[in-house]
Design a protein around this ligand. Structure first.
Ligand code: AMP
Ligand code: GLY
Length: 432
């Protein structure tokens, strides 16, 4: 079969790489893809969030399955349009994707289905005074979130009431444009974070090993928030009883509630968790794989992911979970680590067009794969940086420690003076 992947990041490169290994797959097609994905299969230069362009391409190449990587096409309704035309799609409907695209929607659902999360209230235009009064009722630090998609930058955590009040006014005043026309203010949750990924057809569910992201730019989790600077899996913080509770108290009621309310969730549900003293609570949901968590997960999976993706897309999971888990070979998941190389200046301004060497050599190290994200080719055919997060150097090992060592060996081999990375990915597990 032929599988089309929408997107162009490290997450999509990892998905393409993993999917291409399946015996079921003849060809992986990518739109728009990147230079790394170009080595796996043909890339089509379209905007994956433009419904017309996607439909045109899909009618032309007629894939057996379409895997949607990022959130923007989901928000644009690409999955609904393709399903209406009879194509099998791995990715939730526009309605179900609101779990990511609207924080207020997501919070409402959690409250309705009794899912543990931070206490909150949502505010709209003209409700500045109400927002201030609510802030006064909370203890610091204060958590303010733009309702809509803000490229991972819509959350402010502030330590004083004055700063929080000012930020509430700025957000409602249009700091993130339409995304912050509505504002969610919530209670601060203390604990360690983990990312849980559930492949689901709306009823049946397969759970991948938990991963941990590193959102801050700087070592020791300092500096500004980013899309993610590194990840590893499995994450010991979410194993055993904690994992069981996350499934029972969070994922099962969410999936059942969404289905009962006519928005069955089909695709991968990303559950961003805070592991608090009283158990796992939801920080946020996303309607897609995490980036860079996906790179570590795809590298670590020993089995075939395609049957599970296909079953989620065609409502064939429920009752057959054990069979798909066996095909995925979850029991033999290999500890995996991803270190992101980003352009110096990211997540703010950075230069593009710098030549990057050594990617191939890094990929020759045992257990190492280099997934590409913000890369391009210049006129000479050299690989250059073209975005903020550029490479995801990923390694597997018999233990997490071996995987860390190999990933950093890979990073050393890459020759890109303008690249930055964190040297402490996994510090929480490595220090123990
Ligand atoms: P989000 O975009 O909702 O994932 O928020 C970005 C980051 O802000 C999260 O990864 C957390 O580190 C932090 N965060 C968000 N909400 C809370 C909360 N209620 N309590 C503590 N930290 C939070
Ligand atoms: N790694 C965080 C995200 O994908 O949202």
């Amino acid at each position: 079969m032929n599988i089309l992947i929408l997107g162009s990041g490290g997450r999509e490169h990892a998905l393409a790489w993993k999917i291409a290994q399946s015996a079921l797959v003849d060809q992986v097609l990518c739109a728009p893809g990147n230079p790394g994905m170009d080595e796996i299969g043909p890339c089509f230069d379209i905007d994956p969030s433009n419904v017309e362009q996607v439909v045109k391409l899909v009618l032309q190449v007629e894939p057996d399955l379409i895997v949607i990587g990022p959130e923007a096409p989901l928000a644009a309704g690409v999955s609904d349009v393709l399903r209406a035309r009879g194509f099998d799609v791995f990715g939730p409907s526009q309605a179900a994707a609101q779990l990511e695209t609207s924080k207020a929607f997501s919070k409402e659902r959690m409250v309705k289905y009794g899912v543990p999360t931070a206490a909150y209230r949502a505010f709209g235009a003209g409700e500045e005074d109400e927002a201030e009064a609510f802030l006064e009722s909370l203890e610091p630090p204060y958590v303010l979130k733009a309702d809509g998609l803000a490229a991972g930058k819509g959350v402010s955590i502030l330590s004083t009431l004055e700063e929080a009040k000012a930020e509430a006014r700025t957000m409602l005043g249009g700091k993130f444009g339409n995304a912050s026309a509505n504002l969610v203010i919530e209670e601060f949750m203390a604990g360690e974070e983990a990312s849980l990924f559930v492949i689901t057809d709306g009823e049946g569910a397969i759970y991948l090993p938990a991963a941990q992201d590193h959102k801050r730019l700087g070592e020791g989790d300092s500096g500004p928030n980013t899309g993610g600077m590194g990840a590893y899996a499995p994450a010991p913080v979410l194993t055993g009883d904690m994992f069981t509770r996350a499934v029972r108290d969070i994922v099962e009621p969410m999936l059942a509630g969404m289905a009962a309310d006519g928005m069955p969730y089909q695709g991968v549900l990303y559950v961003g968790l805070m592991i608090t003293e009283t158990g796992p609570k939801v920080v946020e949901f996303n309607a897609r794989f995490g980036d860079p968590e996906c790179q570590a997960l795809m590298a670590g999976l020993a089995g075939d992911i395609v049957p599970a993706l296909l079953a989620a897309a065609t409502q064939g999971l429920k009752g057959n979970e054990a069979a798909f888990e066996a095909l995925l070979d979850l029991e033999n998941f290999r500890p995996a680590v991803t270190v992101i190389l980003a352009s110096e200046g990211y997540p703010y301004k950075y230069d593009k067009g710098q030549v990057i060497a050594g990617v191939e050599a890094a990929g020759k190290i045992e257990g190492v794969e280099v997934f590409q994200a913000g890369t391009d080719r210049n006129g000479n055919g050299d690989l250059i940086n073209s975005g903020g997060r550029v490479l995801a150097v990923t390694a597997i090992g018999d233990t997490l420690e071996t995987a860390f060592q190999r990933a950093y060996q890979g990073v050393e081999v890459i020759d890109w003076p303008g690249g930055i990375h964190r040297r402490d990915i996994g510090w929480r597990v490595r220090e123990k």
